[in-house]
Design a protein around this ligand. Structure first.
Ligand SMILES: *[C@@H]1O[C@H](CO)[C@@H](O)[C@H](O)[C@H]1NC(C)=O
Ligand SMILES: *[C@@H]1O[C@H](CO)[C@@H](O)[C@H](O)[C@H]1NC(C)=O
Ligand SMILES: *[C@@H]1O[C@H](CO)[C@@H](O)[C@H](O)[C@H]1NC(C)=O
Ligand SMILES: *[C@@H]1O[C@H](CO)[C@@H](O)[C@H](O)[C@H]1NC(C)=O
Ligand SMILES: *[C@@H]1O[C@H](CO)[C@@H](O)[C@H](O)[C@H]1NC(C)=O
Ligand SMILES: *[C@@H]1O[C@H](CO)[C@@H](O)[C@H](O)[C@H]1NC(C)=O
Ligand SMILES: *[C@@H]1O[C@H](CO)[C@@H](O)[C@H](O)[C@H]1NC(C)=O
Ligand SMILES: *[C@@H]1O[C@H](CO)[C@@H](O)[C@H](O)[C@H]1NC(C)=O
Ligand SMILES: *[C@@H]1O[C@H](CO)[C@@H](O)[C@H](O)[C@H]1NC(C)=O
Ligand SMILES: *[C@@H]1O[C@H](CO)[C@@H](O)[C@H](O)[C@H]1NC(C)=O
Length: 837
């Protein structure tokens, strides 16, 4: 059990000159600066001033009733309002008990004119009564945030703590509310108890049972047991609404001042509404809840108090251009009635996002529950209470001013990194995979069910409905449909390595990119299998496959459309594209995003995929300039016997990006992708093709020249000149350049894995100076002559472990098996070597 310790902790100033009284007579005064108290007859409870902790300047005090030794505080005047050291609590001769501050202003008054005595009873109840002993006021009837045993809590009473309150409704429901409005916890009577209650009363017994009693109940109903219930008669217990919004039973041993939580109403603290404040995001480090911000688009309201919430760095009103949606995986924005009732409907993941983005300006976020319910909740009130956990099956979107900051807040990132031991990481992987499988099965089932039931509605509408609903299952299109969608393949977007790409618009108005595959001579069944693999590979940084067509000799793939096209348009100056320029922040995020996408392909998805054709042309940018890797998984589609295509793609797509092993007839592994990525990374930094040769580079290939400059320490010489007058984080540039040179090492084993590259970029791994990338230095391939073990040890010095045999072999079997091997390659290789020089 946890309890935030940083909040107002009230500790009694130990009484040195205690005045023990059983009844207080009118005219008595307790002053805040003295150590006087009014005690119960046995001294169990005392009323006096306690100083506010942590101490304030000038010191301030609260008039409160507390248990022996000062803890716990069970009641406070004016709900804990503090007075200065000149303040006092006066039992006036008029009969009122009054709290006044130093200037004599009334802070609180019991309103008991005509009272003649005030008594603190041994139960902890402060009773003010008149001459005929009628109770005019009692502290038990006006609880603050705590109930003690034998105190009755009835309908109309509230426990309050900051914005939270606890109450009992006439039907016996117990509820916790935020801001008197949002009910985030409720517990009612067992529905088998069919009685209407008269005046229910909740009480905590001395032995640790919380029960509800009513005349119509024949006794009482147990609500909760304290975990140490009945263990020790010497234990004192209270029920307390903490300022973190949770209701807990605490116990303390006689003579001790420490409280131990024994029961909590809300087991998962992150589910307490607004626990992390406005725009705050709750997550766990081990067992403690921690608050952070959703992304770098936000900052803490109070850096010293993470519970105060976050605010936008840029308000939506002052956005340059239109707003964008920040995507938060495994994040739930807490929704409780009444606010969610009319804002919840059934649409798919991407529609849930766009609905908020393009819909009313009042929408600031949406949540898509991927728990099989297909539900999307639109958040239109300006309050976010988010919960991040790797096991949460939901994706949330928050409207922000672009650019969308991809990095999670550092506290969160570090938490997950540190908090995940090997075991928990595995648990998460298993849980996520399990959820995925269940979802796929569910979607598959739904698809079949829909197709069977909606035949009369036409297969089309069923498919589009599913397209919206089940984001995972690929939709099968007929060739005719795609012909119509692309207006007869009119608007060509480009020619990728595997065929031309056309712009199209589906009946559902979704804009798509249709790729007409060439040279695919695989059987229908195998093609469908590959399509299934590709479409089941989901990641923020991978282009999503929407559907496919396999009809006769036609093989087409339908992808989500990427508004900003491919990265090469932004990096390299050509006649056609010269106006577009990405600043460093965008470039760095694109490098990170691309690395994350490839990491997912290599290390995180079930059937690991070696991309084989990473280059700027295959890195697409969406409307927020989030990078998405395209064409993954296509290498396997090429007919293994048809080396013509390997040659074609290689020459067209990868001149300059091909790892040496392609030319040296060595096995192609994920490390070949690392090489290509390294070249792309260098290009992202420099805005120059890695194989460019010019006078400026002394007639050397740019990548060779860049390494020489790097050795001279001339980092800024490598950086794109167009960024010269912009704000650039040179440390990030240095990391990117160093990482790129590690990636383009000649021998595969010397290159880091993709997840290591990510760490290098993020600065998690300390970087050693990369050795000169030999192959490019010599401009030729030296084959297998490098000593493996010496390379491995050289690598371990920068904290990058050499690739284990298991990982590389598994990659080979899954990603490379369909590649031409041995003899088939030779033709391709020789032609490549020629075209490369
Ligand atoms: C009250 O008690 C504290 C600590 O026990 C002591 O330092 C302080 O002098 C006392 N004040 C008075 C007015 O007795
Ligand atoms: C006393 O309370 C009055 C009214 O609440 C307030 O205006 C005044 O500043 C307070 N004085 C001190 C010394 O706290
Ligand atoms: C005491 O209060 C009760 C209830 O308000 C009233 O009936 C009674 O007359 C009061 N007694 C005296 C002596 O004022
Ligand atoms: C609490 O309620 C019970 C009956 O439900 C009653 O017997 C008891 O006196 C009440 N206690 C107080 C302090 O009012
Ligand atoms: C308890 O809270 C409700 C609002 O939720 C309020 O109407 C009521 O007056 C409060 N009762 C007390 C005794 O403060
Ligand atoms: C609380 O009371 C309402 C009726 O007012 C009922 O519909 C609801 O189910 C109750 N909540 C619980 C948890 O029993
Ligand atoms: C409700 O009461 C029935 C019968 O006493 C019991 O079987 C059931 O578990 C109870 N349900 C809850 C939620 O306590
Ligand atoms: C509850 O009791 C009422 C009358 O006492 C009866 O009409 C109703 O059917 C009962 N409901 C259940 C669920 O037993
Ligand atoms: C309470 O007891 C009476 C008689 O003992 C019985 O008729 C009634 O059904 C009981 N009510 C409940 C809610 O158990
Ligand atoms: C978790 O967070 C709490 C509060 O921020 C901190 O005190 C504690 O040391 C953290 N625990 C770990 C294991 O990081």
């Amino acid at each position: 059990m946890f309890l935030k310790t940083k909040f107002l902790f009230l500790i009694v100033v130990l009484a040195t000159t205690t005045v023990v009284t059983t009844a207080v007579n009118p005219g008595s005064t307790l002053s805040a600066s003295s150590n006087q108290t009014w005690s119960s007859s046995s001294g169990t409870f005392s009323l006096g001033f306690i100083s506010v902790q942590p101490p304030t300047t000038p010191p301030s005090f609260v008039a409160a009733i507390s248990y022996t030794g000062g803890s716990p505080v069970v009641w406070s005047a004016a709900n804990g309002a503090a007075v200065d050291s000149g303040g006092s609590l006066r039992f006036l001769s008029s009969g009122s008990l009054r709290l006044v501050n130093g200037s004599g202003a009334t802070v609180w008054d019991s309103g008991t004119a005509g009272a003649t005595s005030a008594t603190l009873e041994d139960s902890g109840n402060l009773v003010i009564s008149n001459a005929s002993s009628a109770t005019l006021w009692s502290s038990f009837d006006h609880p603050t945030d705590t109930l003690v045993p034998s105190q009755n809590f009835s309908v109309g009473m509230n426990l309050t703590s900051e914005s939270y309150s606890f109450s009992l409704s006439p039907n016996g429901n117990l509820t916790l509310k935020w801001d008197n409005n949002i009910v985030y916890w409720t517990q009612g009577l067992n529905s088998s108890v069919n009685v209407s209650l008269k005046s229910p009363v909740l009480a905590l017994s001395t032995i640790g049972i919380m029960q509800l009693s009513d005349v119509n109940l024949n006794g009482s109903v147990i609500v909760a047991y304290s975990s140490d219930y009945d263990r020790n008669a010497d234990v004192f217990r209270v029920l307390k609404l903490d300022n973190d919004g949770n209701l807990r039973i605490y116990s303390t041993s006689q003579g001790s001042v420490t409280l131990t939580a024994r029961w909590a109403a809300v087991a998962d603290q992150c589910k307490v509404y607004a626990y992390c404040g406005n725009y705050g995001m709750c997550s766990y480090n081990d067992s403690s809840p921690v608050c952070g911000c959703p992304s770098e688009n936000f900052e803490m309201v109070d850096p010293n108090d993470d519970r105060r919430g976050c605010r936008r760095k840029l308000s939506l009103d002052s956005c340059q251009g239109s707003a964008a949606m920040l995507t938060l995986d495994h994040v739930l924005i807490l929704s409780y009635p009444p606010e969610a009732a009319s804002q919840s409907f059934f649409i798919g993941l991407s529609a849930c996002r766009t609905n908020c983005l393009s819909g009313s300006s009042a929408c600031f976020g949406s949540v898509s529950l991927s728990d099989g319910s297909g539900q999307c909740v639109i958040k239109s009130e300006d309050f976010v209470s988010a919960y991040h956990d790797p096991s949460l099956p939901s994706t949330s979107y928050i409207k922000v001013c672009p650019p969308v900051a991809l990095n999670p807040p550092s506290s969160l990132g570090e938490t997950t990194r540190e908090g995940r031991s090997g075991v928990t990481a595995w648990v998460v992987v298993v849980v996520v995979l399990g959820t995925l499988l269940v979802l796929i099965a569910l979607e598959g089932g739904l698809w079949m069910w829909c197709c069977r039931n909606n035949k009369r509605l036409g297969a089309l509408s069923a498919q589009y409905a599913l397209l919206e609903y089940a984001s995972g299952a690929p939709v099968q299109f007929s060739y005719k449909e795609l012909q119509q969608a692309t207006k007869g393949f009119k608007e060509k977007l480009g020619a990728g390595g595997f065929g031309a790409v056309y712009r199209g618009t589906l009946v559902s108005k979704t804009v798509v990119a249709v790729k007409q595959l060439e040279g695919i001579e695989q059987g229908e069944k195998q093609f469908r299998m590959e399509v299934a693999t590709i479409s089941s590979t989901h990641h923020l940084n991978l282009v999503r496959l929407i559907g496919f067509c396999s009809e006769g000799r036609h093989r087409l793939l339908v992808y989500e459309f990427m508004k900003n096209g491919s990265l090469d348009n932004f990096l390299f100056q050509t006649e056609q594209h010269s106006g577009k320029l990405l600043n460093w922040e965008y470039r760095y995020n694109i490098a990170l995003g691309t690395a994350r996408g490839i990491t997912y392909l290599h290390e995180e998805c079930r059937d690991c995929i070696v991309h084989c054709d990473i280059k700027p042309e295959n890195i697409l940018l969406d409307e927020n300039y989030v990078s998405k890797v395209s064409d993954f998984g296509l290498a396997k589609l090429i007919n293994p016997k048809d080396h013509r295509h390997r040659t074609l793609t290689s020459v067209r797509g990868t001149r300059g990006y091909l790892a040496p092993e392609w030319l040296a007839n060595l096995p192609i592994t994920s490390k070949s992708d690392i090489y290509s990525y390294g070249m792309v990374l260098l290009e992202i930094v420099s805005g120059r093709r890695n194989f460019d040769v010019s006078a400026e580079t002394n007639r050397k290939k740019f990548s060779i020249w860049a390494y020489e400059e790097f050795e001279k320490g001339n980092i800024s010489g490598i950086l794109d000149k167009r960024l010269a007058d912009q704000e650039v984080d040179m440390e990030q540039v240095r990391r990117a350049i160093q990482a790129s040179f590690w990636c383009i090492q000649e021998h595969p084993s010397q290159r880091p894995t993709m997840s290591r590259v990510l760490q290098m970029l993020e600065g998690v791994t300390e970087l050693a100076k990369p050795p000169a990338p030999k192959s490019i230095m010599e401009g030729a391939v030296s084959g297998t002559s490098t000593n493996l073990s010496s390379n491995a040890s050289a690598f371990s010095t920068i904290g990058v472990s050499p690739p284990g045999p298991s990982s590389s072999s598994s990659l080979q079997t899954s990603g490379v098996s369909t590649f031409p091997s041995g003899r088939n390659n030779e033709k391709a290789n020789s032609s490549l070597l020629q075209s490369d020089t």
